[in-house]
Design a protein around this ligand. Sequence first.
Ligand SMILES: Cc1ncc(COP(=O)(O)O)c(C=O)c1O
Length: 376
Amino acid sequence: MTALNVPPFIRELRPYVAGKSIEETIREYGLKKVVKLASNENPLGPSPKAVAAMRKAMRSLALYPDPMGYRLRHAIAKKEGVAFEEIVLGNGSNEIMELSFHALSVPGDRMVAGVGVFAAFPISAKIHGIETTFVPMTADCRFDLPAMLQAVKADPKVKWVALPNPNNPTGTYNVDSELLPFLTEVSKIRAGSVQVFLDYAYWEYVTNKEMSDPVLWFKKFPNVIVLKTFSKIYGLGGLRLGYGIIHTELSQYVQKVRLPFNVSSLALEGGLAALTDRNFVKRTLALNSIGMKQMAKALQTLGLSFLPSQGNFFLVDVQKRSGLSGQDFFTRCLKKGLIVRPVTNYGLPEYIRITIGTAAQNRFAIRVMKQVLNEQ
Ligand SMILES: Cc1ncc(COP(=O)(O)O)c(C=O)c1O
């Protein structure tokens, strides 16, 4: 037998559980119609401008992509109002976490995050030997920033804070009046060596006026790393494209550990075109805004309580109304052709998460949930 040299933190690792696919559900349940509202994807599909640009770029697929992503990074830097050197491209924004941990940390460091934090953070951290200290959320399922600050102060091993805003799967958020004192205090701890990930994957959907553009925090605090993605508002989840806005003194190291060609030429061209697709963004936002209202109203009518959300999804307490766990409610919906997301792995066994779809998808979802409730 081979003597395996697998570190304990890799042995213990519990990998990310992705949303169930339509194909898998059709296969398992022999269904004709399946609606997936499980992964916060864009119900309008991909940005048409991105698709056209990628079609054109396919002719050059024999060539390797630009390893520095020159044109896309310039376009993003211009849009965000930051320097070219401050943009790092990733195979999804998840890869930016990976690269940052890889470049800027050593096993034994720790991260502070709220319970219910987007799962990719603790998983990615653990891959790099970084354990997470989970801080309980407030009673209304928001990150408790004062308690998180104390956790950062208390442990000299803490080098990271993960703060998705709004968070997924909760959809809940922290406003400027909470963020400013938190970031100010964290920036003073251990000579500013604690890095704060501000993950704004859903920023474009945010309507709350008390939430500022994360670039404001980036410019104010040298220890802030902003994560953004093309997976949501531009409808390009399958393309795998995201970026980090990282201060130059750190980004040079993050770039060093990025293998060349981590972003494909299709992603470079598709992303560039998506940035100019204002009409698509506008349509996506309008659809989401109407869909959030439609879903909220229906959930209220069904007697299902849900958390206020600034994303394109709701976290719904199904247990209170139905007595079913989130997992059981999910399975019953699945059998009727609706894929939602159970979130037991987030320590939230009484909830399911549902993505806002098109009006027709939402109607289907509401009908299925009603049937499940009526069967109880
Ligand atoms: C909070 C958060 N961050 C990031 C992502 C997406 O990451 P990526 O850009 O790797 O698709 C998601 C997707 O579900 C998310 O919910």
